[in-house]
Design a protein around this ligand. Sequence first.
Ligand code: SF4
Ligand code: SF4
Length: 93
Amino acid sequence: MKKKKQNFEQGAVVTKPGSSKNYHTGDWRVFRPIIDQSKCIKCYQCWQVCPDAAIRIDKKTERVEIDYDYCKGCLICVKQCPVKCIAKEVEKK
Ligand code: SF4
Ligand code: SF4
C-alpha cells in the first residue's frame, strides 16, 4: 500500500547561513543572568562557554554584555564564572 504524503509546516529551521539571527530565542528564557560589572575580572570564560553566542565583548570598554534577544537562560555562564559575579533571577514577562 502506497503511503500518503503528509505536508508539515516548517518550524524554526535553519534554511540558509545566518538565518538563526531571525529567531529571538531569548523568548524562551525562564531565568535571566545578570552580570555585576563591578566584580567582573574580564576573564571572558562566560563568553567562551555560552552556547548561543549571546555574550558579547564591547570593543571599547572590554566589558562583557549579554544580548537578551538570544540568551536562553541556560545559566552555564553563571556556573562558569570564577568570581561568581553573574547572578540569576526569575524572568519577568
Ligand atoms: S544563560 Fe546561557 S545563553 Fe544566556 S548568556 Fe548565559 S550561557 Fe549564554
Ligand atoms: S566569567 Fe565572570 S568574571 Fe569572567 S568575564 Fe564573564 S562575568 Fe566577567
